[in-house]
Design a protein around this ligand. Structure first.
Ligand SMILES: Nc1ncnc2c1ncn2[C@@H]1O[C@H](COP(=O)(O)OP(=O)(O)OP(=O)(O)O)[C@@H](O)[C@H]1O
Length: 258
């Protein structure tokens, strides 16, 4: 992508308070287009909260989030939706609409016919062409998760925020979805997702955001994040990343419980 067309999501000293607790603390990062970012961290590290804050679904206690220099908090939801799409962790769907119609809800910028066409193409890419006319209540958990992912991917947004997009997917579809998301990054979009599977994070991420206790410990390449000291300090795991033939393999062992 031409450097002049790069888009940038900028977090400056972002803190979020939930109840009495500051659960995201002083996070700063520049997230640019054409990259796949993976948020990792133990349960309760603040990944979901940070993604919701980036989607402007939570107010900030401190700090700023800007997209291409413009503060998101001041924008109308419709304006924000032009730049940012969000997949929540909750995969519930309220109505038993056909898959193709659920996915088309993400493409409100198009005419109904074009939205359905685009949504069918995305469902096809996610292996759901045969069930596209079926009601979502009759799908398996993994199929429904892919329909909701399609709804996000048909949007015109430049940034995709995806909270645990691989939940409920079998191992083959976990990889297919990551390949699809990587294609989106290569096509110039910014893809930011949370994952618990560190092996997949190591293989697919361009940059990893390592979170622990509400703080961004480090944002860097998998090679510089999955090092023995950080794996032990943050995850209580013994491990190392082995690179070769363009592949990254993470070897992990448990340490005794703290
Ligand atoms: N409504 C709330 N009020 C108070 N604290 C909350 C609230 N929601 C979440 N928290 C706390 O905020 C912290 C961060 O939660 P968050 O869901 O962002 O973590 P996470 O990294 O996504 O975790 P997981 O991997 O378990 O999904 C946790 O300690 C959680 O208990």
């Amino acid at each position: 992508m031409d450097a002049g067309l790069m888009s940038q999501l900028t977090l400056t000293n972002v803190s979020v308070k939930l109840g009495q607790e500051t659960v995201v603390q002083d996070v700063s990062a520049d997230l640019t287009s054409s990259k796949l970012y993976v948020l990792v961290g133990p349960n309760g590290a603040g990944k979901t909260t940070l993604l919701k804050a980036m989607a402007s679904l939570l107010p900030l206690k401190d700090g700023l989030i800007r997209f291409n220099g413009e503060e998101l908090a001041g924008q109308t939801p419709a304006r924000r939706a032009e730049s940012i799409a969000y997949l929540p962790q909750d995969r519930s769907i309220a109505w038993d609409l056909a898959c193709v119609d659920v996915a088309a809800l993400g493409a409100q910028h198009l005419t109904p016919d074009l939205a359905r066409q685009k949504s069918f193409a995305e469902l096809q890419a996610l292996g759901l062409q045969e069930v596209s006319d079926r009601g979502v209540f009759g799908l398996s958990g993994g199929q429904r998760a892919r329909v909701l992912l399609a709804r996000v991917l048909v949007s015109p947004a430049e940034v995709f925020l995806l909270d645990e997009p691989l939940i409920a997917l079998d191992p083959a579809w976990q990889r297919q979805v990551l390949i699809r998301l990587k294609q989106r990054a290569e096509a110039g979009q910014t893809v930011i997702l949370s994952l618990h599977d560190l092996h997949l994070a190591a293989q697919f991420a361009d940059q990893v955001l390592l979170m622990h206790k509400g703080k961004l410990v480090k944002m860097d390449t998998p090679e510089n994040i999955f090092v023995p000291e950080l794996l032990s300090e943050v995850f209580n795991l013994k491990g190392e990343l082995v690179s070769g033939d363009g592949q990254r393999t993470l070897r992990l062992e448990s340490l005794p419980l703290l």
